[in-house]
Design a protein around this ligand. Sequence first.
Ligand SMILES: *Cc1c(COP(=O)(O)O)cnc(C)c1O
Length: 379
Amino acid sequence: MSNLFNTYARYPFDLVSGHDWHLVDNHGKEYLDFTSGIGVCSFGYGDPEITGAVENQLSAVWHTSNLYESQLQETVGGMLAGNDKLAFFCNSGTEANEAAFKLARKATGKTRVLAFNNGFHGRTYGAMSLTGNPSIQAGFAPLVPDVIFADYNDPEALAKIDTDLAAVILEVIQGEGGVVVGDKAWLQSVQAKCQATDTLLIIDEVQSGIGRTGYKFAFEAFGLDPDIVTMAKALGSGLPIGAMIGKKKLGFAFTPGSHGTTFGGNKLALSAAKMVLTKLTPDFLDGVKAKANAVWTTLDDAVAPLNAVTGISGMGLMIGIHLDESIDVEKVIGKLQEAGMLTLSAKHNTLRLLPPLVMSEADLQKGLALIQAVLKEAK
Ligand SMILES: *Cc1c(COP(=O)(O)O)cnc(C)c1O
């Protein structure tokens, strides 16, 4: 019997400790982690610099509210936003998208937003209303009005971007939706149409951001210049934090009282984020790209040809292995757990891999070898 609402289909073990990119469960079994806690713990478990930064903050002060100045928020805001953008801190991805939705409506004076089928932006009413997945919205109507949808990567979506639109929101790589990579030319034409119609472009980098693809933000690889960017997951290395950054020209729309949150930008989470961003250097990102190249060579040469695999998509260390319909991805995940490895699923029977960015090349290859063995047995 559980004391909890049954909102999650949980695997029957509890991860109670971890080090580097390994986790240990309550039965003492150790796993190679290809999940990073759903794209959160990109620096693995027990990183001494992140732990040290949080411990220092813990012994100074944890929480002070947003009634006072915060040098830590200014510093991390500057690290994220540079000179031409402003930051707002909150506690999760869904909250970052709520802030973006509210800012877009208030700054443009328009209400309608275009989002994409199979996108995922979160579970609160605004973010859920932007999430083009009927199974996530089922039972919760009425949703926030004036949200329209189009198919992702579909040229026909461009016709829906007109001067009545406040914003377009999209992921440049749809994560939950099956690790679907945006077409570069299509994304650029979406941006061009937004600029021509005074529509704001909101890019949700909650999953793809903070180094996951070998770029600080995945949109950089597509040559985009969004008006608003949202992030969360990996930003605090496991402490709850989200952020929205927006171009300075939007700053007029948010004034004291417009928007806020008690915990947002709290010092403990910000101390972790500051260290995460300090460690996310160009050299580190180059290292992620180099590791990812080796991983993709193995994926292309040894995983893609397997009978069980219909395709592989993704970028950097955000990877979707699409399985044949005769194979249940949950069974594959179970077999990999038995073999001592943690993986994720995504929509459309996708085996999703989000390993910690710090994982050694040897262990990345070890994980891929385990996947090959399990998939060969499956079909
Ligand atoms: C996980 C996710 C969210 C929601 O983040 P939460 O912190 O769970 O609220 C939003 N957008 C994308 C792209 C995500 O992957």
